[in-house]
Design a protein around this ligand. Structure first.
Ligand SMILES: [Zn+2]
Length: 313
């Protein structure tokens, strides 16, 4: 839909506006670090945050989201077989990381819970869960799977009797906000003192995204902020959160393997100049076409997804 594209890519001018750094408010420099889909991707000279200069007006973005909403049938495919198993395994790992540090299960809100995989798994562990989700189809599927879900938006549609939560989870949501600090501030008001916020965003500093650059699927209208382990922790600190941990999740290695070992080595050298890399011997399996092991990628925080647990201070 061209009318939803940024003006530089033929879209409607009125749907977009330009902004300064969403982390430190410094003016956006004239020069973009890269351009894709008519968007200028900016590196903030003051705080190192990476973000798009152009963002879609919230109302236009919501209309676009509803128009691209996946239907019931597509949703059901997501909740079956290998896809569901992978997502459930990931959810259990995240719950280990959250609960392992704070074994007392309390109340948990997930903002943008989709088809409910994360809160369904959390419920099995004893968390008292609630999801909030704008997509009708996703909210309905999550309910069929046994999750308690409110269809709507945070914070407007949080039930009045559910004011404070011990943990709030926000997975693949923060990058969609033109003003992500406003969401973090609103979340803070819904956390108990000492409560925790669990976040997942794409990792801009990942080996894959840095190899793909402007062609990465991570760079698209709808993703307005691109976080690294440093800038995520920086933004959370500015909103009064203390980092409990920040780490990356390694996946998509088949996509990394499409790049030559020389390209991978050059990118790792640029991202982590002090890392020692000994390329493994060649082989026929894609894992041997990736110059770092999953453990090394994890240690260097170069995984595709970025997760963090933050405590309200
Ligand atoms: Zn900045």
């Amino acid at each position: 839909m061209a009318q939803n594209a940024p003006p530089a890519a033929g879209g409607l001018t009125g749907n977009y506006f330009e902004r300064n750094c969403p982390n430190c408010a410094a003016p956006a420099p004239g020069e973009a670090a890269l351009q894709a889909h008519g968007l200028d991707v900016i590196n903030c000279p003051s705080c190192r945050m990476t973000y798009t200069r152009q963002v879609m007006d919230e109302a236009a973005d919501a209309v676009r989201y509803q128009a691209s909403e996946i239907d019931d049938e597509a949703m059901n495919l997501h909740s079956l077989g290998a896809f569901l198993e992978l997502e459930s395994t990931r959810a259990r790992y995240y719950l280990d990381r959250i609960g392992g540090l704070n074994p007392q299960m309390g109340s948990m809100l997930e903002i943008g819970c989709g088809s409910g995989t994360f809160i369904v798994e959390a419920g099995k562990r004893g968390w008292d869960t609630l999801g909030i989700e704008p997509s009708t189809a996703a909210a309905a599927l999550a309910r069929r799977r046994g999750a308690k879900v409110v269809e709507g938006y945070f914070p407007r549609d949080v039930p009045a009797d559910r004011r404070l939560f011990q943990t709030i989870a926000v997975l693949d949501v923060l990058e969609h906000f033109a003003y992500p600090r406003r969401l973090l501030a609103a979340v803070r008001d819904y956390l108990e003192p000492g409560g925790r916020l669990f976040i997942q965003v794409p990792n801009w500093d990942s080996l894959l995204v840095q190899l793909e650059g402007a062609t990465s699927s991570t760079v698209c209208p709808g993703h307005w902020s691109y976080f690294t382990p440093q800038t995520l922790a920086d933004m959370l600190a500015r909103e009064g959160y203390r980092a409990v941990f920040v780490e990356t999740v390694v996946s998509e290695l088949d996509r990394v393997a499409h790049f030559s070992k020389a390209e991978q080595l050059a990118t790792i050298k640029r991202l982590r100049p002090s890392a020692e890399v000994t390329p493994p011997a060649g082989g026929s399996n894609f894992m041997t076409e990736v110059v770092l092991t999953p453990a090394q990628l994890h240690g260097l925080k170069l995984g595709y997804k970025l997760i963090g647990l933050f405590e309200r201070s």
